[in-house]
Design a protein around this ligand. Structure first.
Ligand SMILES: [Zn+2]
Length: 107
């Protein structure tokens, strides 16, 4: 592997690592089946939130992020660029930092 993950990890580096690790398998699986895996991991995160240890919770969060990045790879989305475009400067709703949106809009 040409890129190793450590401190200072960027979202882009993580997405590229997942691509190197699983890209061929992910492309063959396709977006719909990959989304099902992502959704299953979200369910496991819900369970970890309710009954998991702190370590289990952390690992399930890592799985959810990994499957979201996988879905981005399958569909050719640069997730780091998307996050920066949407959240890079301020709240996408009110354009302020910190967010000043009315809590009734999104509590
Ligand atoms: Zn806002």
């Amino acid at each position: 592997m040409s890129e190793h993950l450590s401190g200072g990890l960027t979202l882009g580096a993580f997405q590229r690592m997942i691509l190197q690790l699983y890209g061929r398998k992910d492309a063959a699986r396709g977006d719909a089946a990959t989304f099902l895996w992502f959704a299953e991991e979200v369910g496991e995160l819900a369970t970890a939130l309710r009954t998991g240890t702190p370590d289990e919770l952390a690992m399930e969060m890592a799985d959810v992020l990994a499957w979201l990045v996988t879905l981005a790879n399958v569909r050719g989305v640069d997730l780091e660029a998307a996050v920066l475009r949407k959240y890079g400067g301020a709240c996408p709703g009110c354009r302020q930092l910190p967010c000043a949106c009315d809590p009734s809009e999104k509590p």
